[in-house]
Design a protein around this ligand. Structure first.
Ligand SMILES: [Zn+2]
Length: 306
């Protein structure tokens, strides 16, 4: 049982490792140096300090990511709340407009009634008029009253058309409010779940951080912390004679030393430079065009001659 689980660990890891390490692991599994967790082992020639610093950096970067993600969550709720508030404000504005139209129409109705009553009175008075001047004055008032009735009725009709449009708009706005309220609820739930996940991640990262920091010497930790605080990262992989973070070239002498496993500073950005042999692009497979060959059941190490 334990043999099986060991095998699965080994097969999972050694695919990308050099044969030297693979052989070591197969033969010296119970050897004295095996207290280091296999999962952080990059390559037999990689300086354990480099491994630990690289690991620490990935933990620190992940912690930053978790912190940022956590900090962004309240904004998602705030946005959903703002969306709901906006929808509610739109519905409220339409509702106000409807009330205003109703008030307006009540006033119009009142005025129309008054003008009608006045016209009615004038028509009754017309029978008892004795002079042309009086008749002319009365006709003038009557024309005015009828004109006002027409005008106010037209205004009332326009108000009713606006009400119809507002009612349709209000129905839509209320439906939109429902949707936004639902969205806010969902956002709150999602954020709560995410916050829990992030808290869990954060706790796991804290443990990992403590563990890796415990095995790094204080001087290196200080150097790492200073660089990380000022530059956002402290250690950079050297590749193709370049610092992969600042992309500046590395002097040949430094390049050679770095490839031998030394930790040197990048002349340009000051970060610690390391070399990871496992990341070197393998040239051999390109030279061997044996694509039609059947894949072996167990992956073999790539660079047997390396
Ligand atoms: Zn650099």
């Amino acid at each position: 049982m334990s043999r099986n689980s060991n095998l699965s660990i080994f097969s999972g890891i050694h695919i990308s490792l050099l044969p030297f390490n693979a052989v070591n692991s197969w033969t010296g599994r119970s050897g004295p140096g095996d207290s280091t967790p296999l999962s952080v082992r990059l390559h037999s020639t990689v300086n354990p300090l480099v491994e630990n610093l690289v690991k620490l950096q990935s933990v620190e970067l992940e912690r930053s990511r978790v912190t940022l993600a956590n900090r962004a969550l309240p904004a998602e709720i705030a946005q959903a709340e703002a969306n709901l508030n906006k929808a509610q404000a739109e519905a409220a504005a339409l509702s106000d407009s409807l009330s205003r139209e109703e008030t307006l129409r009540s006033r119009l109705e009142r005025d129309i009634t008054q003008h009608r009553q006045r016209a009615q009175r004038l028509r009754t008075q017309r029978d008892s008029i004795t002079t042309p001047a009086q008749l002319e004055a009365l006709e003038h008032e009557l024309t005015f009253a009828d004109g006002e009735i027409d005008r106010l009725e037209t205004e009332e009709l326009a108000s009713m058309e606006r009400t119809e449009a507002h009612e349709a708009g209000l129905a839509q706005a209320r439906a939109h409010v429902e949707i936004m309220a639902g969205a806010l609820e969902k956002t709150r739930d999602r954020v709560a779940i995410r916050q829990k996940e992030l808290a869990k991640d954060s706790a796991a990262l804290q443990t990992e951080r403590d563990t890796v920091r415990a095995v790094i010497e204080p001087d290196w930790l200080n150097r790492f912390d200073r660089l990380f605080a000022s530059r956002g990262s402290a250690i950079s992989r050297a590749d193709r004679q370049q610092c992969t973070i600042c992309s500046m070239g590395i002097r040949p002498q430094t390049w050679n030393q770095v490839r031998e496993g030394e930790l040197l500073s990048c002349d340009s950005c000051g970060r610690m430079l390391y070399w990871d042999p496992a990341m070197v692009p393998a040239k051999e497979p390109e030279a061997v065009p044996a694509r039609n060959a059947a894949a072996p059941a167990i992956p073999k190490p790539r660079r047997v001659t390396g």
